[in-house]
Design a protein around this ligand. Sequence first.
Ligand code: KIV
Length: 269
Amino acid sequence: MAAASAPPKMTVPEFVKAKSRGRKLAVLTAYDFLTAGLLDEAGADALLVGDTLGMVVQGRETTLPVTLDEMIYHGEIVARAARRALVIVDLPFMSYQVSPQQALRSAGRVLKETGAACVKLEGGVTQARTIEALAAADLPVMAHVGMRPQSIRRLGKMSSIQRNAEQLLADARAAESAGAFAIVLELIPRALAADITAAVSIPTIGIGAGPDCDGQVLVTPDMLGLTQGFSPRYLKRYADLGAVIREAAGRYVAEVRDGRFPDAAHSHD
Ligand code: KIV
């Protein structure tokens, strides 16, 4: 009997074509091998190794301290786990802002050392020259406009909805013209995100940007209920794994303390 054929690997061109086919793209963040494998099996179109790892993996307050070496470490792990999903690795703060040359070196390292297909950087108009340089060197790049967590020191807080329509449209258009293959839209009113999505030919991937984007992305530990004290309106929790883990670990601790674990069934004769 012929083996069931594995679903084809998602590529950058296939990801881009999804927009004209009207097929919504489901993206999730991933940072480790086991979770990335599960998300891949669940059918995620892309796994974003986001610099949110600074917060949800390293327990930091912002994404700013994350280094390029750390992104490469996690990117390689996720790329090894992903059999089908497109793997996108964030360029962390100050690994591309200095110059297009610096961005080329950083993105080149990511693609060579992780096996990921592409990188993401924050910015539109201000990063157009850099996006152009990456695209010209065949380093596929996703842009990220709207709320940009790497700008936290200028913005003052991470949760502000971005409402400057003129600026956001200009950012999205600049990213597209420079050669970005897709754009993340973060924390943008839904009508404006719909206008941007209609104005560009590349897919828009929304987070807190309403249903009219070409796809959606959520931070996986948030949507699985592993993070605490973070509940923006856009976040839908699909599971409460925090409660599941606390309950299971609590039972284990109790059973070890009162001698119920290991029992005969879990002991060798
Ligand atoms: O770093 C990240 O996880 C991201 C998503 C929030 C889009 O940029």
